[in-house]
Design a protein around this ligand. Structure first.
Ligand SMILES: N[C@@H](CCC(=O)N[C@@H](CS)C(=O)NCC(=O)O)C(=O)O
Length: 221
């Protein structure tokens, strides 16, 4: 299996985490966001990362890729079998992708990419809105859903956990921290998910990429 994308992207990280948790072998091929070559557009028509290949089969979008992987490799399931938990897990993935990800991506882009990679001035007002207005409302909602122990749906890491943590990691690269006094369950579950061996491995590899970006180098992986 092949995953096309840059590891520092939250949506690519989601797919890599799913493969790591399932213990599957894969090849990661570096493709930057908004790549519009004919070859890449053929497998990801919007030029978005991640894209994915399994033999001759190609598809894009992290949710759809993980759904495919879950179907082809059902061992170590990432989605609960109980139908109501399954629906809630998918909802959290959707919420993380459509609401949490844009807020976290704003922080990452403005604080990390703009000054270090694009050599542009950080738009502090955009960052302040994300940190002081957008994210608190999101974290209030997620705090209510966060478990006291274990993961979002039981004692095994799954799709909801991967989906929620991946964008937060990017906000943290932009120096955002979850206030443990205000969102204690959320802060704890995020730490627990990041301590899973799959995330430990991925974040170790990403540390090099982030160090490169901070030095203004091209994204290496
Ligand atoms: N719903 C998509 C979103 C993918 C996405 O937004 N990818 C970003 C990088 S994190 C991208 O490739 N952006 C390119 C662009 O905006 O042109 C997924 O979950 O895979």
């Amino acid at each position: 299996m092949k995953v096309y994308g840059a590891t520092i992207s939250p949506n690519v990280r989601k797919v890599l985490a799913a493969l790591e948790i399932k213990g599957l072998e894969y090849e990661q091929i570096t493709v930057l966001p908004a790549t519009k070559t004919p070859e890449f557009l053929a497998i990801s028509p919007r030029g978005f990362i991640p894209a994915f290949g399994d033999g001759d089969f190609h598809i894009s979008d992290s949710s759809i890729i993980i759904d495919y992987i879950e179907g082809t490799h059902p061992e170590t399931p990432l989605i609960p079998s109980n139908l109501q938990d399954r629906a809630k897990s998918r909802w959290l993935e959707e919420y993380a992708g459509s609401v949490l990800f844009p807020a976290c991506a704003t922080i990452f882009s403005e604080v990390v990419l703009q000054p270090n990679f694009y050599k542009q001035i950080t738009d502090e007002a955009r960052v302040a809105t994300a940190v002081n207005e957008t994210l608190p409302a999101i974290l209030d909602y997620l705090e209510d859903l966060s478990p006291e122990n274990g993961f979002f749906f039981g004692d095994k890491i799954g799709l909801a956990d991967i989906s929620v943590v991946s964008p937060i990691i990017n906000a943290e690269f932009g120096k955002f921290r979850i206030d443990e006094a205000r969102w204690p369950k959320m802060a704890t579950v995020v730490k627990r998910i990041k301590a899973h061996p799959a995330f430990v491995k991925l974040l170790k590899a990403e540390a090099k990429t982030i160090a490169g970006i901070l030095k203004g180098e091209l994204i290496a992986s």
